[in-house]
Write a protein that binds this ligand. Structure first.
Ligand code: ADP
Length: 396
């Protein structure tokens, strides 16, 4: 309708009564009329005219595509049929402005199609005048902006996600910094103490200090490995190196390694496993899975007993670690398997929020699955299921 504000809109042949026209004197008015009608008809946009009572007087092919009604069905009907009940005031507003001779441009609202679907549209409405210049109706271009709105919503979602990821990373850096600083500070202090003890002729006490210093070094080395694992996993370099592994024996080894730190936290470890469950797995990665689950159970287990169970049926080998500690709320249960996610405050508990993510990745790389069942205050059970397809399955 561009450039035609001072003459009536041309409409498709099916579009009801021809509007009264103020004839412009083109060299060939008839030809001009067909040309404009063709433009209206080929428009992607809905081009509709209505009289001042809001009755539809013409309807192009774009309107049919957008709203689903044919011209035969809708011409002569009130335009309010396209408006959802909560937008019925739009019409009075728009008609009021048209009667004052104003145009309405790019007004974003919603309309209802024949099938009852609500679609977002951008409307431009301009007055139609008769030969004397009196306003007798309105010409309306409605553009379906569903796609544009969907893109906008997608952009906003991506923006929110990027903002959230930036926040999580910032928090991670702060947590990682603190986690590294704690063993470093202890090491500095211990090395100073060891030196003093040697200088003052107390070699046995210096050795005690060395044992504690080694534990702090181990903590630093574990943290560094955890960070490097993130890089390996993100780079897709987590390919299990398969060999024959006895899951039951591995569980007993890890239980033994963790027994002392569990005892320090007041937790007794109990293991229930058959004598062997042999499969093709990556030994050191499964050891890492067990260590992560067990050290979490010790950390969050409230000094209560912890049970490790290994079982196998014909298709799956299962490792279960159960504690009776602080538990995890159901809203946090899926989140904790994501990178950097923690469900406790950094003041109360250390940790990078990476252990379960790494565990999940290792289990997935073996074709397995991990899940948690937990109730706050009642404890947590982490269950790892590994497909057990080794040709030489053994349950002894
Ligand atoms: P982190 O090293 O910070 O503990 P993890 O990825 O191992 O990271 O664990 C993520 C979060 O899951 C923890 O911060 C904690 O909130 C929760 N969590 C993990 N294991 C347990 C558990 N056994 N009991 C209660 N909460 C747990």
């Amino acid at each position: 309708m561009k450039g035609s504000s001072d003459r009536p809109p041309r409409t498709s042949g099916r579009a009801g009564p021809a509007p009264t026209s103020r004839v412009q004197h083109f060299s060939n008015p008839e030809e001009e009329r067909f040309r404009l009608a063709a433009i209206v008809d080929s428009s992607e946009d809905a081009i509709i005219s209505k009289n001042l009572d809001g009755i539809i007087t013409s309807w192009n092919a774009g309107a049919e595509r957008t709203f689903g009604y044919t011209a035969e069905e809708i011409v002569g009907q009130p335009i309010s049929r396209l408006m959802p009940p909560e937008h019925r005031n739009d019409m009075a507003n728009i008609l009021g402005r048209i009667e004052r001779g104003e145009r309405v441009e790019h007004f974003e609202t919603v309309r209802v199609t024949k099938s009852g679907k609500t679609i977002p549209v951008s409307l431009s409405v301009s007055p139609i005048r008769d030969g004397t210049g009196r306003i007798i109706g309105a010409a309306k271009i409605a553009r379906d902006i569903s796609e544009q709105k969907a893109h906008q919503a997608e952009r906003e979602r991506l923006f929110r996600e990027a903002e959230e990821a930036a926040k999580v990373r910032e928090e991670f850096l702060s947590v990682a910094g603190h986690e590294m600083r704690t063993p470093l500070t202890s090491l500095q202090f211990l090395l100073h103490t060891i030196q003093k003890r040697f200088e003052s002729g107390q070699p046995e006490r210096a050795v005690e200090g060395l044992v504690r210093a080694r534990a702090q070094l181990q903590r630093l080395s574990d943290l560094t490995e955890e960070l490097l694992d993130v890089t390996r996993i993100v780079a897709g370099r987590l390919t299990p190196e398969l060999e024959e592994v006895d899951l039951a024996e591995l569980a007993r080894d890890v239980e033994e390694q963790q027994r002392e730190s569990a005892a320090r936290a007041g937790s007794e470890l109990c293991i229930e496993a058959p004598s062997s469950v042999i499969g093709l797995w990556d030994r050191s990665r499964l050891e890492q899975v067990m260590t992560n689950l067990l050290s979490n159970a010790v950390k969050f287990g409230g000094g209560k007993p912890i049970t490790i169970r290994v079982e196998a049926d014909t298709a799956w080998a299962t490792l279960t670690v159960r504690d009776e500690g602080i538990g995890i709320s159901s809203s946090d249960q899926s989140r904790i398997f994501e990178r950097f996610e923690r469900a406790v405050s950094k003041k109360s508990y250390g940790g990078l929020g990476l252990g379960l993510w790494i565990t999940h990745q290792i289990v997935a790389a073996h074709g397995g699955r991990i899940r948690v069942e937990s109730d706050p205050g009642q404890g947590s059970t982490f269950r790892v299921e590994l497909p057990w397809t080794a040709p030489r399955n053994v349950i002894a």
